[in-house]
Write a protein that binds this ligand. Structure first.
Ligand SMILES: NC(=O)c1ccc[n+]([C@@H]2O[C@H](COP(=O)([O-])OP(=O)(O)OC[C@H]3O[C@@H](n4cnc5c(N)ncnc54)[C@H](O)[C@@H]3O)[C@@H](O)[C@H]2O)c1
Ligand SMILES: O=C(O)[C@H](O)COP(=O)(O)O
Length: 411
């Protein structure tokens, strides 16, 4: 029998980094021994993306690069995807799962940055600063206090009381706002925040509404024409979640009608892929509207921490098989054992695969020292530790098992 194959050499593992991800990630990969790193400043798509992913083991993206089913299926060598942001809606998670590709994100490294910008935007809107700013730039000295208010004592409605929504809630209370929230899940109210179980009531009762839901099929056009019609007293809207959560044409109408008194919008249904592409939106040049180029999480602090967080998860997965934090294949972590070889087997979740793996190994007279299995509806993930010094062509044997998706020998 041929000797046991060892892990893929780190120096040959191509890591593709798109969208100007922080150098903290690049440094982490290099420090860990990964030298084949390809970096691109913006997002890629189409043939260009397929080409760079053809032989990539890992791809690192932010919110812009669309990793669709087609892209994932073509990237045959891909082992893991890192979303260096919170949102994972740019990745077809189901396709990644079925292809045995592990997807990680940074669930809270930019939470504080977004929350701070929400508070800043709330003050700017309620003081009507966008119009004052424009006027001052145009040479006009407008000191009129009409319709300019303090945020102290105002009611803030948070839609989506997760990491960001609850962080906003804490900062807002410190500024003297009264916080109400609406969430589809039962959430612990922080401080003096109060849950409102009906979205219409939340909108009608609050002065400012801020959106912090994820981009999913369920939240697409959540704020459609009908929901926006519940704004009828000049309430302000802040959207730092995802562009397609709000019907942008209906928002434009409500702003022009004055039913919505102002808006801070950081995310758009169509966003440029890079600096060179022009940005256009129906919300441009409307009074009391702040438009920002999807920078809620774009602070040096957040980007640096995201770089460290996601690169660490990717390195751990590549080197130990730990998929804790995965948004695709099942989560699993097996402590490292001395004097073992570790094999990862990802397969379709159909009955009999585990016994087939074990039968192959037992026929080869190899002692199994550790074995973890975790499954989701479509995929099973097995981490196997076998005694060192045994000699077999394990990889080949295990790849032959029906329903196998991916097999890797780590060490
Ligand atoms: N603008 C930016 O730069 C920026 C930065 C970070 C995150 N984001 C966006 O913000 C989103 C939220 O981030 P998070 O970390 O708070 O996520 P999270 O998962 O911690 O919280 C999301 C909350 O929304 C709730 N929710 C889901 N569907 C809902 C619905 N239909 N109605 C009401 N509540 C609903 C969930 O139950 C959860 O509590 C991210 O998914 C991302 O899209 C944007
Ligand atoms: O999901 C996120 O964390 C934000 O939308 C930030 O995305 P970005 O990294 O593309 O700025």
């Amino acid at each position: 029998m041929s000797p046991l194959k060892t892990s893929f050499p780190k120096g040959k593992m191509k890591i593709v980094i798109l969208e100007s991800i922080s150098q903290s990630a690049v440094e982490s990969f290099k420090k860990a021994g990964y030298t084949q790193i390809e970096q691109y400043p913006g997002a890629l798509s189409g043939e260009e993306l397929d080409e760079v992913l053809k032989d990539a083991k890992v791809v690192c993206v932010r919110s812009k690069t669309q990793l669709t089913e087609e892209v994932i299926q073509k990237a045959k060598k891909l082992v893991a995807i890192g979303c260096f942001c919170i949102g994972t809606n740019q990745v077809d998670l189901d396709a990644a799962n079925k292809a045995g590709v592990c997807v990680f994100n940074a669930p809270f490294s930019n939470t504080r940055s977004v929350a701070e910008l929400v508070i800043a935007s709330a003050i700017m809107l309620i003081r009507r600063i966008p119009d004052k700013d424009k006027a001052a730039h145009a040479g006009e000295w407008d000191k009129d206090s009409t319709n300019a208010h303090e945020i102290r004592g105002k009611k803030l409605g948070v839609v989506g009381y997760g990491h960001i929504g609850s962080q906003v809630s804490i900062l807002a209370e410190a500024m003297g706002l009264k916080v109400f929230y609406y969430d589809v899940e039962n959430k612990l109210p922080l401080g003096n925040a109060e849950e409102v179980t009906d979205l219409k009531t939340l909108i009608e009762d609050c002065d400012l509404i801020t959106l912090h839901v994820p981009g999913t099929n369920g939240t697409k056009n959540l704020f459609d024409k009908q929901v926006l019609s519940w704004f009828n007293k000049g309430q302000m809207l802040i959207n730092m979640s995802r562009g397609n959560v709000v019907d942008i044409e209906a928002l434009k109408t409500a702003l022009e009608d004055g039913r919505i008194g102002g808006a801070a919008v950081d995310v758009f249904p169509e966003e440029p892929k890079n600096k060179a592409e022009k940005f256009s939106s129906p919300l441009q040049n409307i009074s009391n509207v702040i438009l920002t180029p999807h920078i809620g999480g774009s602070t040096e602090e957040a980007q640096w921490n995201i770089g460290l967080d996601v690169s660490a998860k990717l390195i751990k997965y590549i080197e130990s098989g730990s998929s804790i934090g995965s948004h695709s294949i099942p989560e699993l972590s097996l402590p490292k054992m001395e004097d073992t070889h570790r094999i990862l087997h990802i397969h379709k979740n159909v009955s009999g695969v585990l016994s087939e793996i074990n039968s192959k190994i037992s026929k080869l007279d190899v002692n199994i020292l550790g074995q973890y299995l975790s499954t989701n509806i479509d995929v099973g993930y097995v981490v196997l530790d076998i005694a060192k010094n045994d000699s077999l062509d394990t990889l080949k044997e295990l790849r032959q098992i029906e329903h196998t998706i991916k097999v890797r020998i780590l060490y």
